[in-house]
Design a protein around this ligand. Structure first.
Ligand SMILES: *[C@@H]1O[C@H](CO)[C@@H](O)[C@H](O)[C@H]1NC(C)=O
Ligand SMILES: *[C@@H]1O[C@H](CO)[C@@H](O)[C@H](O)[C@H]1NC(C)=O
Ligand SMILES: *[C@@H]1O[C@H](CO)[C@@H](O)[C@H](O)[C@H]1NC(C)=O
Ligand SMILES: *[C@@H]1O[C@H](CO)[C@@H](O)[C@H](O)[C@H]1NC(C)=O
Ligand SMILES: *[C@@H]1O[C@H](CO)[C@@H](O)[C@H](O)[C@H]1NC(C)=O
Ligand SMILES: *[C@@H]1O[C@H](CO)[C@@H](O)[C@H](O)[C@H]1NC(C)=O
Ligand SMILES: *[C@@H]1O[C@H](CO)[C@@H](O)[C@H](O)[C@H]1NC(C)=O
Ligand SMILES: *[C@@H]1O[C@H](CO)[C@@H](O)[C@H](O)[C@H]1NC(C)=O
Ligand SMILES: *[C@@H]1O[C@H](CO)[C@@H](O)[C@H](O)[C@H]1NC(C)=O
Ligand SMILES: *[C@@H]1O[C@H](CO)[C@@H](O)[C@H](O)[C@H]1NC(C)=O
Ligand SMILES: *[C@@H]1O[C@H](CO)[C@@H](O)[C@H](O)[C@H]1NC(C)=O
Ligand SMILES: *[C@@H]1O[C@H](CO)[C@@H](O)[C@H](O)[C@H]1NC(C)=O
Length: 553
């Protein structure tokens, strides 16, 4: 910094020359009549700017009016009592001094030059966009440059609300403010502003703003989310998984992740107030078999809360029972008597099956029962019980089939007597039953006449039923016959005897009545009444006649 244009005879160093000027002026000797004035007073210039300084005096014959300064200066003119200088490239605050002589005595006057410049950077220290509610947020503003600092204030703002106002101190100047974050700060804009107040200098108030910082606040509860999942899920079934978290702010901005194993589920997310709810459907399929972790993870403000549950997916189909040798197209499993039938029962891997009467098998294996089918197996129910153990839970599932056995007809002699002795004109039942599946048709035909006789229903026996019969039982599986002999006994004498006895009775009765009438008509006149009563007698006597006729049947 070599000053330009030093005064002749002045010291080389401007500082020394300035000091010298002061030293040369004894305090009392400066109180002369004429003053030297510096125009303008209190110079304020923008950094790097220029200005005109005019030193003037009322002294009639001033001499050697000059300007002492560090700054580059250029005389721009002078006249009687004044001299003007152009100062350029003013970058730092400095002092200028006008000096001169009037009638041999020295005059001097000084003025300060204040340089002003706007801050180069006004910056709000970067802060994380999410802040938890209830924590202190420290805002830091950094200001570089800017002068004069005595007029430069730094303000921290929430919106337009001033949180802090301080003078800029230091380079860079740092200003901080602490804010207790509340829910209301969600979405608030924070910023930093500088104010260079040059209003006293007649220049105005200059503001510079930092870029605003958008704050998002959040509340993530310490409680993990509530996850509702079943412990077990069977392959082929679905379940609505439900994950809920309360006390979340702002719930609508939280992210939820639901995953089953490494499969990400796409939950449907809804929020109401401070509650967030995510639901997703889990469909159990065979690829997911086993114990899987199901995770619900709620993320808000860069923090997350997570809940895990175990879900065991198992497959338990069946048990499925199969019978070999069955006849097709029948709704029930039907087999022929005498065949060997394989009954099998199977269920999913790891399922233990137990089949009635079959040897025990290990889990996952098929159980086999070989059955030599007899008539007795008709309508037999065969049970198969399946048991699955998953993670300590025991599940049961049972099936049964009812076996139908087809077999040919048979007539059990015990249920079908082969000899009957009946009386003529009596009502009888030919009891005879045939077994077989399907139920056989039973028919008894006369050996010679081929006339059928009713079987199992009452019928009136006549002599023509006498004879030998073939009884046939027929079903789809075959025929069976037995011989039945019916011996019909004729009732040749008995009816005749009854007729004779009756004739005797009737004759006897007739004789008695006749005798009585004769006696009565001859004796009295009021006999008619008695007569009437007697009229009933012949009617009454007929009844025993009928009864006698029926009795032998
Ligand atoms: C300096 O001041 C004097 C007296 O006030 C004036 O006459 C003169 O014009 C001024 N010079 C300039 C360059 O302003
Ligand atoms: C102003 O001064 C600075 C150093 O003080 C210098 O670097 C610059 O070149 C000067 N500018 C002019 C226009 O003289
Ligand atoms: C200048 O000073 C001399 C004496 O030193 C004095 O006589 C004279 O009057 C002064 N002139 C003015 C204009 O004051
Ligand atoms: C210039 O500045 C100094 C301090 O740096 C102060 O004492 C003085 O009064 C100022 N002069 C003017 C004319 O403002
Ligand atoms: C926040 O800061 C204030 C002082 O600025 C202090 O009193 C308060 O305890 C702090 N609160 C928390 C939660 O840190
Ligand atoms: C929750 O999910 C987020 C985002 O995917 C992840 O960054 C975070 O690590 C998860 N949290 C846990 C505990 O796994
Ligand atoms: C899930 O299963 C694992 C091991 O299989 C066990 O360590 C863990 O505690 C289980 N988690 C839950 C929530 O039951
Ligand atoms: C029944 O099972 C036995 C033993 O497994 C087998 O040898 C036979 O061929 C099977 N019979 C039928 C009809 O499937
Ligand atoms: C079934 O009959 C076969 C011969 O026909 C015999 O070898 C087998 O032992 C019988 N099985 C049963 C269970 O009676
Ligand atoms: C299968 O279950 C049924 C009914 O639960 C039971 O009556 C039967 O004894 C069981 N059979 C076997 C072989 O466990
Ligand atoms: C009935 O038939 C048997 C022979 O089957 C015969 O001996 C008997 O005389 C017959 N009885 C009558 C009344 O015809
Ligand atoms: C009647 O059955 C016997 C065996 O019980 C058989 O020998 C006979 O041939 C059968 N009669 C007819 C006509 O089928």
């Amino acid at each position: 910094m070599v000053p330009l244009g030093p005064l002749p005879g002045a010291c080389w160093t401007p500082l020394i020359s300035l000091l010298l000027v002061y030293c040369l002026l004894p305090p009392g000797s400066q109180g002369q009549k004429f003053l030297l004035e510096v125009e303008p007073k209190d110079l304020v210039v923008p950094a790097g700017g220029s200005l005109l300084v005019n030193c003037s005096t009322q002294c009639p014959n001033p001499e050697l009016i000059s300007l002492e300064t560090f700054l580059p200066k250029k005389p721009v003119g002078n006249g009687p009592g004044w001299a003007a200088f152009w100062l350029s490239n003013v970058t730092v605050d400095s002092k200028v001094l006008c000096s001169g002589f009037c009638n041999g005595s020295q005059m001097a006057s000084s003025s300060n030059i204040t340089v002003y410049r706007f801050p180069k950077h006004v910056e709000l220290a970067s802060m994380s966009p999410w802040k938890p509610v209830g924590k202190n947020l420290t805002l830091r503003c950094l200001v570089t440059g800017g002068a004069p600092r005595t007029h430069l204030s730094v303000l921290l703002l929430r919106g337009e609300e001033v949180l802090s106002r301080q003078l800029a101190v230091g380079e860079p100047a740092e200003v901080t403010a602490t804010v207790l974050v509340s829910r209301n700060d969600h979405g608030a804009n924070f910023s930093c502003r500088t104010e260079l107040d040059l209003r006293p200098q007649g220049l105005g108030l200059f503001q510079n703003n930092s870029a605003p910082s958008h704050l998002r606040t959040f509340v993530l509860p310490v409680m993990p989310p509530r996850l509702i999942v079943p412990r077990f899920l069977e392959v082929g079934t679905s379940w609505l998984v439900d994950c809920t978290l309360d006390g979340l702010f702002p719930a609508s901005e939280a992210q939820v992740q639901l995953a089953l194993g490494d499969q990400v589920l796409n939950p449907e997310v809804s929020s109401q107030g401070d509650t967030l709810k995510a639901t997703a459907t889990v469909t159990a399929n065979t690829e997911l078999e086993g114990t899987r972790k199901i995770v619900c993870n709620v993320t808000l403000g860069g923090e997350s809360q997570e809940t895990q549950e175990n879900l065991t997916i198992y497959s338990f189909w069946g048990p499925i029972m199969n019978l070999s040798e069955t006849i097709r197209n029948l709704s029930e499993p039907t087999v022929l008597e005498g065949t060997t039938v394989n009954v099998t029962c199977a269920a999913g891997a790891r399922v233990q099956v137990m089949l009635d009467g079959a040897p025990a098998v290990t889990p996952g294996q098929l159980a086999l029962l070989q059955l030599n089918v007899t008539q007795k197996d008709d309508k037999r129910s065969i049970f198969c019980n399946a048991t699955l153990e998953v993670d300590g839970m025991v599940l049961h599932r049972n099936r049964s089939v009812q076996l139908r056995v087809l077999y040919g007809p048979k007539i059990d002699p015990a249920k079908c007597p082969q000899h009957f002795t009946w009386k003529d004109r009596t009502t009888q039942v030919l009891q005879c039953q045939a077994s077989g599946n399907p139920v056989p048709q039973l028919q008894c035909l006369h050996k010679v006449s081929k006339v059928p006789v009713p079987v199992g229903v009452p019928f009136r026996v006549t002599l023509k039923h006498n004879g030998t019969y073939y009884c046939w039982a027929v079903n789809s599986q075959g025929t069976y016959n037995i011989t039945v002999v019916i011996n019909v006994q004729a009732r040749n004498r008995n009816p005749l005897t009854i007729t004779i006895i009756m004739a005797v009775f009737v004759t006897l009765g007739f004789l008695i009545v006749t005798a009585a009438l004769v006696y009565v008509f001859r004796g009295r006149s009021d006999i008619y009444r008695v007569n009437r009563g007697n009229n009933f007698l012949p009617l009454k006597s007929k009844q025993p006649d009928e009864a006698l006729g029926q009795q032998p049947s």
